[in-house]
Design a protein around this ligand. Structure first.
Ligand code: ZN
Length: 431
């Protein structure tokens, strides 16, 4: 569903005050918005300004995600229905910030909301008010036509804004997953076990048959007082149901690598970094099957492909001299790799690892924290090879991490696996 489809009728006209109201129209006054001093792009970026400008962009993206959500609830590009309420507060906050920034630079801000929607379709580096972002991000657009870009989706995911955060589908998926893990796990260890099971399910199963859900329900039977199981709630939030006429096998088409469903005309799967080809396969179902919600695919499945791949490959390297824990401490890190001590009594060495598949290195760094709950000798961010094809990606990431976290290394996928192999060999033999 598009974001700005019919925006003129739904929003531009229902909120006339925003057309001429060129000033911030709520409690974010001048004091809350430090005036920008410098807006030159690239490496000369002024850190406080860059902080402000990233927040501004995140707010806009969060607002675009919220507008899309409301349009989906309204069902259609609706003119004058309940779905066409006022624009989200995040949008007004962002427009306010942009207005103050334009003032400080002696420039014109967006004249109205429609103009700002229009800016969202241009590369950020071409906005009439210059933004202090990394070179890579200055090439990004927020809207591709009427849909959120990959950059905008990821930015919206990172913003902490009460207006939007609780409503983002990915947060609801995560909450339902946690609830299912808590209600089915007797103690911390069991909760962690279920958590792993469900995270892996989201990576390995973009499509689920109702028979598979039934099997899983026997394993995870906890229910609420209405006899609705927490697993069923989780599946309903994370997936979309497709009923079938008669029980039996349904023939579907998917990408052979990432397993995302493909419709008959699609040539590629569209998954970042995936080069898989289409294949036919059959799903045995009783009354229907489930496919992942767009947000589940985008925030759990697609970035999870790297996590799943690394976990599997590290396990392949050497069973006997290392152990891998997936999503330790309920996702404090994506994995903890512990190399057993060579001598009895010596200390084992742990590497805490996060696999990050993110289009913008600056956004990745802004959203990254080094969780202390997993004591580790090395803290490593692993980036897939396809991201590093973007010029400047690694340098931007390393620079943005400076001052936020210390002692975090950035490795590409291949280098990481090579280092695990070498370290395991030092510990005592690989298979
Ligand atoms: Zn694919």
């Amino acid at each position: 569903m598009s974001v700005t489809q019919d925006a003129a009728s739904s929003y531009g006209h229902t909120q006339p005050r925003s057309v001429d109201g060129n000033s911030p129209d709520d409690d974010h006054g001048a004091a809350a918005v430090p005036a920008s001093r410098d807006a030159s792009p690239g490496d000369d970026r002024d850190p406080p300004t860059a902080q402000d400008d990233y927040l501004l962009v995140e707010l806009l993206c969060a607002a675009l995600a919220k507008i899309r959500l409301e349009r989906q609830r309204a069902g259609v590009p609706a003119r004058g229905t309940d779905g066409s309420g006022p624009l989200p507060r995040a949008w007004r906050d962002a427009r306010g910030r942009l207005w103050w920034k334009a003032q400080a630079l002696g420039l014109d801000g967006p004249g109205n909301d429609l103009e700002l929607f229009d800016w969202c379709r241009r590369p950020l580096g071409l906005w009439p008010v210059p933004l202090s972002l990394t070179e890579v991000d200055l090439e990004a657009v927020l809207l591709e036509g009427d849909s959120l870009s990959e950059f905008a989706e990821q930015a919206a995911d990172l913003v902490q804004h009460a207006d939007v955060e609780a409503e983002l589908v990915q947060n609801q998926v995560f909450a339902a997953l946690m609830l299912c893990a808590r209600m089915n796990g007797g103690d911390d260890g069991a909760v962690q076990q279920v958590y792993r099971r469900l995270r892996r399910l989201l990576i390995d199963h973009p499509v689920l048959s109702d028979r598979e859900v039934q099997t899983l329900a026997r394993e995870l039977p906890a229910e609420d007082s209405d006899h609705d199981s927490f697993l069923a709630k989780f599946v309903r939030i994370a997936y979309v149901h497709h009923p079938v006429q008669t029980p039996g096998k349904v023939r579907l088409r998917r990408c052979a690598d990432c397993r995302n469903p493909l419709d008959d005309r699609a040539l590629g799967c569209g998954t970042p970094g995936c080069t898989g080809v289409a294949e036919r396969y059959e799903v045995a179902c009783l009354g229907g099957y489930w496919t992942q919600h767009r947000a589940t695919r985008q925030f759990f499945h697609d970035p999870g492909l790297l996590e799943g791949r690394l976990l599997d490959q590290v396990r392949e390297i050497a069973h006997e001299c290392l152990c891998v824990e997936d999503w330790p401490c309920l996702d404090a890190w994506d994995m903890a790799v512990t190399f057993k001590a060579k001598e009895p009594g010596a200390e084992a060495e742990c590497w805490a690892v996060d696999a990050k598949d993110c289009s913008s290195p600056a956004l990745l760094a802004r959203g990254f924290h080094c969780d202390p709950r997993v004591p580790a000798r090395r803290h490593i961010i692993v980036v897939p090879m396809h991201r590093l094809r973007t010029p400047g990606y690694r340098a931007d990431l390393e620079r943005e991490l400076q001052g936020r976290v210390s002692g975090v290394e950035v490795l590409d996928e291949k280098t990481f696996l090579r280092q695990v192999t070498v370290r395991a060999r030092q510990t005592g033999g690989t298979r």
